[in-house]
Design a protein around this ligand. Structure first.
Ligand code: 13P
Length: 255
């Protein structure tokens, strides 16, 4: 089978002062330069306010930056919003779309997310499209159905030619920030299901090439087991991305 390049993305969420962001990016860059030489892509996703600084600090390394969100609108009177084109003008390479915290706390529906996907692609960004069920969905055995709807309505409107710009991240909401990770077999089962959805909607090749990340309480201690699953192509890391040693160890677990 074709080997997909693993990707480790660190989502800093609404954490870090500018000073802390500098420190963290500098430490991670140093550790990665010293310790990681292999086929793995690394993206740091700080808050918007720190993107420019972190981008500058990472020059000379192959670590890239991403943003946590973008607007569904192009530009204009949308106070407080950041457009995909603005991110592109900062030389930010990618953006998270549909993180469960955006869905839960900021009312982002699949329809809004479908628009964000379009804006991000139009701006030439790579996007990490997040999906994942709530605990109640899993308990009532609706988890496959929920994830399928999120992808059908939020992502699968795009043309196959654009799939090279897409990474899917599966993050079960009950595993985010809870210390309760999905077992490797639960994660693998959902990843295989998602890959099958891509194959059914697009093509065998599209499904085989799609990178699907797992997120939800990934730590250096459980990363290896998760990443060794056939359909898990890396991780979207929250809490453990705020600590340079742990994050770099997670990157190494993907090699
Ligand atoms: P934790 O790793 O803190 O569970 O967060 C996962 C996540 O939401 C990454 O986007």
């Amino acid at each position: 089978m074709m080997k997909r390049k693993p990707l480790i993305a660190g989502n800093w969420k609404m954490n870090t002062s500018l000073e802390k962001a500098r420190e963290l990016a500098t430490e991670i860059k140093g550790m990665v330069l010293d310790e990681v030489n292999g086929n793995v892509e690394i993206i740091l996703i700080p808050p918007f306010t720190h993107l420019s600084t972190v981008n500058g600090l990472l020059s000379g390394s192959n670590i890239k930056t991403g943003a946590q969100n973008c607007s569904q609108f192009y530009d204009g009177a949308y106070t407080g919003e950041i457009s995909a084109a603005m991110l592109q003008s900062l030389k930010v390479g990618s953006v998270l779309v549909g993180h469960s915290e955006r869905r839960q706390y900021f009312g982002e529906t699949n329809q809004i997310l479908a628009e964000k996907v379009k804006r991000a692609l139009e701006a030439g960004l790579t996007l990490i499209f997040c999906c994942g069920e709530m605990l109640s969905d899993r308990e009532s055995e609706k988890h496959f159905e929920v994830v399928k709807t999120q992808l059908d309505e939020g992502l699968f409107h795009i043309a196959e030619a654009n799939l090279g710009k897409i990474v899917i991240a599966y993050e079960p909401v009950w595993a985010i920030g809870t210390g309760r990770t999905a077992s490797a077999s639960q994660a693998q089962e959902m990843h295989a299901f998602i890959r099958r959805l891509v194959i059914d909607h697009y093509s065998e090749r599209a499904g085989k090439e799609m990178r699907i990340l797992y997120g939800g309480s990934v730590k250096s201690g459980n990363a290896k087991e998760l990443f060794s699953c056939e359909d898990i192509d890396g991780g979207l890391i929250g809490g453990a991305a705020l600590e340079s040693r742990g994050f770099t160890d997670i990157v190494k677990a993907a090699l």
